[in-house]
Design a protein around this ligand. Structure first.
Ligand code: IVH
Length: 698
């Protein structure tokens, strides 16, 4: 027994285990990336997510030969990926302190006066400007030429994204009007809301995942490995600060911004001089009122002291300047009625509850729905249909339900009963212990999961059907040419459907013929690929191979799985005792086979396929290689689990029950009905001593 691999220290992993862990981590991290970046519904804390990434990195460092094509360390769109060169910031790129209300803003100004020892009535000019919700970027110009562009990173070290930034039209490659020896310009890369919507619409139409908000779209687009991709994204830039500069920047901030404009940069036209707290507060209110109509997302305004000599005197506390502050907008809140609670099924089968609200305007945006996250969230707040709730919308984040106004609850409401079946396909929805999410188990037939499941089904390590990839799957689904996996094989022989396919965009006679031939070629499939293709939870490539070797042929596997699903203890023990199989694998398989829809889909598929049995491991040229062995009774020299592992290492298949297909039955003390059955069937019986001779000498 391997125990739960996920818990095992990296240094203790064998090569096979490391491969299995990398496979699991790739899938797991990709899932959390999707939840975070595309669904805005993270299930993990940042710290837990980092742990997954760190484990992946540590395993890769020990086993570089196992690094996968789809390794999270090669992917962009999340935390630092290590794919870009490092770029050190000198001076560091700093952050801003926040003022949440007028009192905090007044204290910020008062602190400046105290620090500079200025009388209350001394003039203190500021420049106020919108705080853009994008990602900050440093642009280094030497003798007027852009030589390096870098992300902020942790403030001291970012990533070199020069090639990508050169494609952004708002950013000059050469400064206009003068070429200072060094000028490092800092500012914000962002995407306008309208461009973001168009980008997402195009991605959706192409079957690609959409971005959760403009900020994520800007970040994802900036950190592409291929600058040609970045070039196609509608990225914009506002300049608002400097870093290294020779000659040094002097005078006033407003004059510096005017110089930047003269150099060819976009500088926010809404910036304004403000001479006291009252003016700063009025500016904040004015920009706040304009916020819904602005073409880009902002999350506050930034107030900066205009006099650069005073900025230098004030300096920094920790990582924030004393001379500037972010005056944030309060998260917008409102009360409204929950008309109903509905369930959305995500692409991975996660059931997410949603509050359907009486539409209400919050911060200039009409809100009709709010996420309720998961079952625990609803239960903790006891949110019910009919309740009046306080909702909050912060920036572009999906609105949240903060609390229930229990005093306004009408009579006759009932606590929400979370469904245990998928509303999309009727399959069982299960919630594994210790997890927050309930998931539909009808992966193969659930319409919500269809696209992802079928993409997985035809992927390179699964059925690997040439001409049927990520792009074509949604196209064929939308055209009604396929619904489930077996339909792919029906399609290859259905002339009417093939003719319809030929008429679709991007297809032609020859291409359709090639696809039909590629599908036919895959009607013969090795058992491990079939198992992997089904997309069962926790069954990646390594585990699929393990199962194929253990059960040998598809009939034996199917039968054992059906027994497992009905709670057959022998079937469960047989599986759990297989080397490399942890409790999660058993759980994933049982879950899959308990759902009759899945079994139907599998059988439908099997009627169209020729599944090749697994070859026994080649290393084992032992007398029992390729044979089926059953252990019964208690062995003295080794445990049943060890005997099983040893037999499998020698290339045998270990079965739980005796049948005509059994080659050897190894009989320990107190052997019961299995020994009797072996005699009846004429199966060769080995004593423990005979078995040990084979086990130890082979
Ligand atoms: S000034 C030392 N101005 O806000 C001052 N920052 O919360 C450096 N930001 O990392 C920042 N709009 O990414 C400044 N008009 C603006 C800004 C702005 C957005 C971002 C910037 C910074 C973050 C701090």
């Amino acid at each position: 027994m391997s125990g739960d691999l996920a818990e095992r220290p990296v240094a203790a992993l064998t090569e096979d285990e490391a491969a299995a862990e990398l496979e699991r981590l790739a899938a797991e991290i990709a899932r959390h990336d999707r939840l975070y970046y595309q669904n805005d519904r993270p299930e993990l804390s940042d710290a837990d997510y980092d742990l997954l990434r760190r484990r992946n990195r540590d395993i890769e460092a020990r086993h570089p030969e196992l690094i996968r094509d789809d390794s999270p360390s090669r992917r962009v769109g999340a935390a630092p990926v290590g794919a870009f060169a490092k770029a050190v910031h000198d001076p560091p790129m700093l952050s801003l302190d926040n003022a949440m209300d007028e009192a905090e803003l007044a204290e910020f100004v008062a602190r400046i006066r105290r620090f500079l020892n200025l009388p209350l009535d001394a003039p203190l000019p500021f420049v106020a400007e919108p705080k853009i919700d994008g990602l900050s970027c440093s642009l280094r110009y030497e003798s007027g030429r852009l030589v390096r562009a870098a992300t902020r990173g942790d403030g001291r070290t970012g990533e070199d994204i020069t090639a990508n930034v050169r494609t952004i039209k708002d950013i000059p490659n050469r400064l206009k009007g003068g070429s200072p020896p060094v000028l490092e310009v800092r500012g914000e890369i962002y995407i306008e809301r309208a461009d973001f919507r168009a980008l997402n619409a195009a991605r959706d139409a192409a079957g690609e995942p959409v971005f959760a908000n403009p900020r994520n779209a800007a970040a994802g687009s900036t950190r592409q490995l291929d600058p040609n991709v970045t070039a196609k994204r509608p990225l914009r830039f506002f300049a608002y600060a400097w870093g290294d500069a020779d000659p040094p920047v002097k005078g006033s901030y407003h004059a510096f911004l005017a110089d930047l404009e003269a150099h060819g940069f976009s500088v926010n036209p809404l910036r304004e001089p403000c001479h006291d707290v009252a003016a700063l507060v009025a500016y904040h209110a004015r920009i706040g009122a304009m916020r819904p109509e602005l073409p880009y997302d902002i999350d506050g305004v930034v107030d900066k002291l205009d006099d650069i000599a005073l900025q230098e005197r004030l300096g920094y506390v920790g990582r924030v300047p004393r001379w500037a502050i972010a005056h944030k907008f309060a998260a917008e809140r409102a009360e409204t009625l929950v008309r109903a609670i509905t369930i959305q099924v995500g692409r991975t089968g996660a059931l997410t509850p949603v509050a359907e609200l009486e539409p209400i305007t919050v911060g200039g945006v009409v809100v009709g729905r709010a996420t309720l996250h998961n079952q625990d969230y609803i239960e903790a707040k006891d949110i019910r249909a009919g309740d009046t709730v306080l909702i909050q919308r912060a920036g572009d984040v999906i609105p949240q339900v903060l609390e229930v106004r229990e005093e306004r609850r009408p009579e006759g409401t009932a606590p929400y009963a979370f469904p245990d079946h998928c509303p999309e396909c009727g399959s069982l929805a299960v919630r594994p212990e210790g997890e927050a999410v309930r998931r539909c188990t009808g992966g193969l037939i659930c319409p919500a999961q269809r696209v992802e499941r079928l993409r997985h089904f035809v992927a390179r390590d699964a059925f690997d059907i040439e001409g049927l990839g990520k792009k074509q799957v949604p196209q064929l689904l939308a055209a009604g040419l396929i619904e489930g996996p077996a339909d792919i094989f029906r399609l290859a022989r259905d002339q009417a459907k093939l003719a319809r396919l030929e008429a679709l965009e991007g297809w032609a006679k020859k291409k359709v013929e090639n696809l039909a031939a590629a599908i036919e070629a895959r009607c013969a499939i090795p058992l491990d690929r079939l198992i992997y293709a089904l997309g069962i939870r926790f069954i990646g490539r390594v585990n699929a191979r393990l199962l194929a070797q253990h059960y040998g042929d598809v009939a034996a596997w199917r039968e054992a799985m059906l027994r497992l699903a009905t709670g057959d203890a022998d079937a469960a023990a047989d599986l759990a005792n297989t080397d490399g199989v942890g409790p999660r694998i058993v759980e994933g398989l049982a879950e899959f086979f308990k759902e009759s829809h899945n079994v139907e889909a599998l059988d439908d598929l099997l009627a169209r396929l020729r599944v090749e049995p697994a070859a026994p491991p080649s290393a084992a040229a032992s007398p029992i290689a390729g044979r089926t062995v059953v252990f019964t009774g208690s062995l003295e020299a080794m445990s049943r689990a060890e005997a099983k592992a040893r037999a499998e290492a020698l290339g045998a298949r270990v079965a739980g029950s005796v049948s005509a297909k059994t080659d050897y039955v190894v009989i320990g003390a107190d052997a019961g009905s299995k020994a009797k059955k072996a005699t009846e069937l004429g199966v060769t019986i080995l004593s423990e001593v005979e078995w040990l001779t084979i086990a130890r000498t082979a």
